[in-house]
Design a protein around this ligand. Structure first.
Ligand SMILES: [Zn+2]
Ligand SMILES: [Zn+2]
Ligand SMILES: [Zn+2]
Length: 138
């Protein structure tokens, strides 16, 4: 919890209890959750936070880099917790667990791309899909 409030403070936002609780749900679950699913989990934890507050706060957390969003085929957004450092998401297709992975080899790839094709990579977005260690063992 303190780690989350520190991040909120660093980013110039007052760490309200509501923001902390919503960020904590995402951090504990480690999978993409819809605002409805976050809302359900908050209720099960005894927090009475309105669904509209959940929607607003999730967008705020994305803006602060504490969460990432993606939209499914129905245009419904889902959210996942993010640490501050640059990383990518490895999503388990079996259990939905989201792990953060560093992108070391990509720096080498960017260098090759610049040398071979003169292309200057400025940004990138990658998501990996597969099976996590637990699911591979089953
Ligand atoms: Zn992330
Ligand atoms: Zn898994
Ligand atoms: Zn990267």
């Amino acid at each position: 919890m303190s780690e989350i409030s520190e991040t909120l403070h660093e980013r110039g936002r007052y760490a309200t209890r509501t923001r902390e609780r919503i960020a904590a749900v995402l951090r504990d679950e480690r999978r993409y959750l819809t605002p409805h699913a976050v809302h359900e989990l908050l209720l099960s934890r005894g927090a009475s936070i309105s669904l509209s507050t959940v929607y607003r706060t999730l967008e705020l957390l994305v803006g602060l880099g504490i969460a990432a969003a993606r939209s499914d085929e129905h245009g419904q957004n889902a959210y996942v917790f993010c640490t501050v450092q640059h990383h990518h998401h490895a999503v388990c297709r079996s259990c939905g667990r989201v792990e953060e992975v560093r992108c070391g080899p990509l720096e080498r790839f960017a260098r090759d791309l610049r040398n071979d094709q003169g292309f200057e990579m400025e940004d990138h977005a990658i998501e990996l899909y597969g099976r996590c260690a637990d699911c591979t063992q089953r």
